[in-house]
Design a protein around this ligand. Structure first.
Ligand code: ADP
Ligand code: MG
Length: 697
């Protein structure tokens, strides 16, 4: 049925709905209420509480204002009593809207801090009810009225919240009256039974029109299960198809020779965790399946050496390897460290970033194409069209969450189906890695090198600055170096940049005029940044003032103090990352968080950091506080836009849904079994755009 024929909709409103993608009655079935309002009797209206409620009844009186600042009043009566609802403004229009003896549903808010014996009521919304209309009467039977979020366009039209609630109810009634089985089941029976889930129809109906409060959560759980199940099913199919893709490379040159070479360049004892993940990577590389592995390890856990080891395997097998970094600073640094590591061996390493001189760049490109260069380190310059590789067999991507999936695919296209290792220092809560990276195998370095002394972290305010600065002096006298971070969360923030620069001048000229203070920020050109960082690394600067560009990967063991200004503006994981810049050497390091106007909330948040050095624990807390979407600083992909799922609450559901989905795809990759028919049907209906991953059609 065309939407415009639904009772109460009509041409104009149908058009408004179509602008937010609602063109048929069906589309209302995917609506999820934002809140539910309790319907109460007039007698039950409390005096003093901050609450929104619904009342309904017949209009028995209309009070017109005598002065323009007075409200128009509608007196509503139900079986238990009567109440006057004041409506401010547009009284002319209002007096035409309400007629004596008509029936209405009112959304009102009872305000707190009322000292009189009459409830203080403010008007929110209303709809008219026709007592002779059976659908209206059915609507009135519910004690919990759903309210939907009015998205952009709807907000601007005259579609009001309660009106929308009734439209949704009309849509349900209409669809189910013509066919009671209109809402089809989307999960197999045995799953529903085994996990005591609600049926689909029941869930969709009751999340919109609950009979009691418990219906809401029970229905939501079921819908969330479904949502996560199909997401994981897609990931399982993706993983399966990656494995079945054309064969990967088998790096099968004698591992002992490689290991001996590797050991000869090692300057420290590997941790058990490093050995474990190296073995996992080797096993992948040694098989002809195509590796897609995520390497997670906290800052300072020693991921670089793992990358070096894997690239060495590729090179010794006669392939090129590439390492792609999110920033030039980081690429440059990796280039230095890795060249240093590999110096004793006969391996050519080059750095490819944007902004290099044409002559140098041409030479680099020639060597990459001829195969003279074995290892290429760089930024996204690595995947630009004019870069031709001789035979790239292995790709490491550092800090993947800053890269899109597209880039990963592009890089893969460049080569002969290279093995891919993605490294991240942002410990990702398991719930997130299961949804975002569910198609990757995961390796975790869960141990720091033994020589590390945990960083001491303290939370301070602006008034502590003199003491902090004198502490800075003491450390610098000992020969140590210091980072001071100012928040420019988004490098385009002009105000932040200005204030960071002013603070830099202040530090340089007023506070530490006798010391060498430098600065880096995102607006500088890459070589300017590098020059400044180099000076700091070489010890020519005592203090490096920086914005968050310093965040990833900088490795300067002599720096022992990290001061973070306005720490309350950062996410916990980001602070943890920044803190990871110190504590890299043999000396005790310190992280000082300076917070302004510390609210109870942010103090609680920041104290997590003072009491823990465990990146995974901090990441979990960060996700719980800020939610998964904000966790990465950006909305990662459509994947996290759940409609019923709340990853904080639904961790268990996710685990179960994932294990079932993967088990099903393992056993029945084409979904041909009878008991999987409903899955196949639902998948084909709702997830067509993921079809290219599969051959189940
Ligand atoms: P991240 O995981 O943050 O990238 P890095 O690979 O940069 O960590 O390692 C941090 C520092 O620790 C580097 O100076 C590196 O040489 C050193 N390192 C790595 N592994 C070990 C180890 N097993 N023992 C001692 N130092 C190590
Ligand atoms: Mg690193």
């Amino acid at each position: 049925m065309d939407l415009k024929f639904l009772k109460g909709v009509g041409e104009k409103r149908a058009e408004a709905f179509s602008k937010i993608g609602i063109s048929s009655l069906d589309d209302f079935l995917n609506f999820i209420p934002r809140i539910y309002l309790k319907k109460i009797n007039v007698r039950e209206i409390p005096l003093n509480i901050n609450e929104n409620v619904i009342v309904s009844g017949k209009v028995i009186d209309l009070e017109h204002p005598r002065k323009s600042n007075q409200p128009f009043k509608v007196v509503l009566k139900d079986n238990t009593g009567s109440v006057a609802v004041p409506i401010f403004g547009a009284s002319e229009f209002r007096s035409r809207q309400f007629r004596l003896n008509d029936y209405f549903v009112f959304w009102i808010k009872i305000d707190k801090e009322n000292y009189s014996s009459v409830p203080r009521i403010s008007y929110r919304d209303h709809i008219k009810i026709i007592p002779s209309d059976p659908v209206d009467m059915d609507f009135l039977k519910f004690d919990l009225i759903p309210v939907y979020e009015l998205s952009g366009v709807l907000k601007k039209t005259w579609i009001k919240p309660l009106f929308l609630s009734k439209i949704v109810f009309n849509a349900f009634s209409t669809l189910l009256k013509s066919n009671p089985d209109y809402i089809e089941e989307t999960l197999p029976d045995d799953i529903i039974k085994r996990y005591k889930l609600s049926g689909k129809k029941e869930a969709v109906l009751r999340i919109n029109f609950p009979l009691e409060f418990s219906d809401i959560e029970f229905s939501r759980k079921r819908l969330s299960f479904e949502e996560l199940f199909y997401l994981e099913l897609i990931l399982a199919l993706k993983k399966m198809s990656l494995q079945n893709e054309k064969k990967g490379i088998r790096f099968d040159k004698d591992i002992y020779t490689i290991t001996d070479k590797f050991k000869s360049i090692l300057k420290f004892e590997l941790t058990d965790a490093q050995k474990k993940v190296m073995n996992e990577i080797y096993l992948d590389m040694n098989s002809d399946k195509c590796m897609n592995r995520l390497l997670q390890g906290d800052v300072g856990s020693g991921k670089t050496i793992v990358a070096v080891y894997s690239m060495l395997i590729a090179v010794e097998n006669g392939y090129q390897a590439a390492l792609m970094c999110p920033t030039e600073l980081l690429a440059e640094q990796h280039f230095k460290t890795i060249s240093e590591f590999l110096k004793p061996l006969d391996i050519n390493v080059c750095l490819l970033v944007g902004g290099q001189k044409k002559k140098l760049r041409d030479e680099l490109l020639t060597n990459i194409e001829s195969g003279k260069t074995n290892i290429i380190i760089g930024t996204h310059a690595l995947i630009q069209e004019n870069v031709q590789y001789k035979n790239i067999g292995f790709v490491v991507i550092d800090e993947q969450h800053k890269f899109g999936v597209m880039q990963r695919a592009k890089l893969k296209e460049k080569g002969m189906n290279p093995d891919v290792l993605v490294m991240t220092a942002t410990p990702i809560p398991r719930t997130l890695s299961m949804t975002l990276y569910g198609d990757l195998d995961i390796s975790v370095i869960d141990e720091l090198p033994k020589n590390r002394i945990p960083v001491k972290t303290a939370l301070r305010t602006d008034t502590d600055k003199p003491a902090i600065y004198s502490f800075v002096r003491t450390e610098i006298k000992k020969g140590r170096q210091v980072y001071i971070i100012f928040p420019i969360i988004d490098e385009s923030e002009k105000l932040d940049l200005k204030s960071a620069e002013e603070n830099y001048q202040l530090l340089k000229k007023e506070i530490f005029p006798d010391l060498k203070v430098g600065m880096v920020h995102g607006r500088m050109l890459w070589y300017e940044k590098d020059e400044e960082t180099e000076k700091f690394r070489d010890g020519d600067l005592n203090i490096l003032v920086s914005t968050t560009v310093i965040e990833v990967g900088i490795d300067i063991p002599n720096a022992t103090i990290m001061i973070i200004e306005e720490a309350q503006r950062f996410g916990l994981s980001q602070l943890h990352q920044l803190r990871g810049r110190v504590g890299r050497g043999a000396d005790q390091s310190y992280c000082i968080l300076i917070a302004k106007d510390l609210s109870e909330d942010s103090s609680k948040r920041l104290n997590i950091l003072c009491s823990s050095n465990d990146g995974f624990k901090i990441a979990e807390a960060d996700m719980d506080i800020r939610g998964p979407g904000e966790f990465f600083g950006i909305r990662q992909s459509g994947m996290l836009n759940f409609s019923c799922t709340d990853l904080k609450k639904d961790k268990d559901v996710l685990e179960i849904a994932r294990s079932i989905a993967f088990k099903i795809i393992n056993e029945d990759p084409h979904l041909r079994k009878k008991e999987h028919e409903v899955i196949k049907k639902t998948f084909l209906k709702n997830h067509k755009d993921s079809l290219y991953l599969t051959d189940i059609a």
